[in-house]
Design a protein. Structure first.
Length: 395
């Protein structure tokens, strides 16, 4: 008799090597992640070139809360909860812009760029109670910048940003932090998937075979080993690059123009490097151009993804055109790779909702070859530490 296969049987691999798919579909887990991860860790918010001048501001959503990032008259970037101290309306209602001060639209209380309460309309009404303005500034949010990347953290107890990122920073400090970059590309979309499935897709290399372009341009995709190695760091961060050897992207083999012109500091022509920061940032460098992915989780199966492209500030038209072309070839909304990745993660989300196959397998062990799953396992061990439950057993 044929043994019936049961999709709820656990894979016969160590507990660290598989995931319960309900971590991607369950409402309660989603809410817990917002509290225990997104409200506790350093989250990438934007590139500092997007708030370049005094008065430039940008609003971002962090763990479901609106936060204003603004460059002050002293050029310091600060973060504040976007909530009026009068009766809690949102003070800033635009995504971004430049302001000399912020005026709440409801009763016109005004705040300076350092968050201080500057003006109260019809102030005589408060004379009887001696309202103390100095204690009614916008509530600050921690904000720190590393290599041009602006991060915020809702937790006042959290470690400094540099300690949180740790050693993996060596993958991006030189190309991003020793030259002035600027955001030249921004697009966003709501993907019908769980936020972690997008981060997994950005972190695992095994799926490189999904991409027609990668099958042609990365010689190791269908072969065995690569000089590019996974880098596993503490706190769930990982990366993927080579310290030398033949680890370049073979654009010509795919019929594409090389991306070698204008390589960023520390990058070889046609070199590729990826850094995945826990929980939601990908920094992907293709020699002369940078892609940053940031996520705003909206629900277990809805994720707003923001895509940024960075080039060098002061590029001449020719070099900028080369960077834009190189960026859009693979990563633009109609690029070669991005739509294929979206198909994959939305397909997973649809199928996982049936709960007929309960587990995902992350069991590849290949000595840190790119198609090893070691970085995904490290990521989920950090998830486990912060959530206080195993992503395999939910216990
Ligand atoms: S709620 Fe902002 S001024 Fe009243
Ligand atoms: Fe991909």
């Amino acid at each position: 008799m044929v043994e019936l296969l049961n999709g709820h049987d656990r894979p016969r691999v160590p507990e660290t090597h598989y995931l319960d798919n309900r971590i991607f579909t369950d409402d309660g887990i989603f809410r817990e992640e917002q509290e225990k991860i997104f409200a506790k860790v350093w989250l990438f918010a934007c590139h500092e070139s997007e708030i370049d001048q005094p008065g430039d501001f940008r609003c971002v959503t962090i763990a479901g809360k609106s936060v204003i990032l603004v460059r002050g008259p002293d050029s310091v970037v600060r973060g504040f909860h976007n909530i009026c101290r009068h009766r809690a309306a949102e003070v800033v209602r635009e995504d971004s812009g430049n302001a000399r001060m912020f005026t709440c639209f409801y009763h016109h209380w005004t705040y300076g760029l350092k968050g201080e309460l500057r003006g109260i309309s019809k102030p005589e009404g408060y004379e009887a109670v001696h309202l103390d303005r100095s204690s009614l500034g916008l509530v600050p949010v921690r904000c720190e910048i590393l290599a041009g990347l602006v991060f915020v953290n809702l937790d006042h107890e959290a470690e400094p940003l540099r300690d949180f990122i740790g050693e993996i920073a060596r993958g991006f400090l030189e190309p991003l932090g020793t030259i002035r970059l600027e955001t030249f590309h921004f697009h966003k979309a709501i993907l019908k998937t769980n936020w972690k499935l997008w981060q997994d897709n950005n972190s695992e290399r095994y799926h490189a075979m999904l991409h027609v372009a990668n099958r042609r341009t990365l010689p190791w995709v269908l072969g065995k080993t690569s000089p590019m190695k996974l880098r596993i760091e503490a706190r769930g961060h990982s990366g993927y690059w080579a310290d030398g050897g033949e680890a370049l992207v073979d654009y010509a083999k795919g019929g594409y123009t090389s991306g070698a012109d204008g390589a960023l500091p520390g990058m070889r022509g046609d070199e590729m490097r990826v850094i995945n920061l826990f929980p939601d940032l990908m920094i992907n460098i293709r020699s002369n151009v940078v892609r940053l992915d940031r996520m705003v989780p909206l629900g277990p199966d809805r994720t707003l993804v923001e895509w940024r492209g960075l080039g060098v500030k002061g590029d001449d038209d020719k070099l900028r055109a080369i960077r834009i072309r190189q960026h859009n070839l693979f990563w633009g909304p109609t690029g070669r790779n991005l739509p294929e990745d979206v198909l994959a993660v939305e397909s997973q989300a649809r199928a996982m909702h049936s709960d007929e196959v309960r587990y995902s397998i992350i069991a590849r062990e290949e000595n840190l070859n790119p198609t090893d799953d070691a970085n995904i396992r490290a990521y989920y061990q950090e998830w486990r530490r912060r959530m206080g439950k195993s992503p395999a057993t939910l216990a």
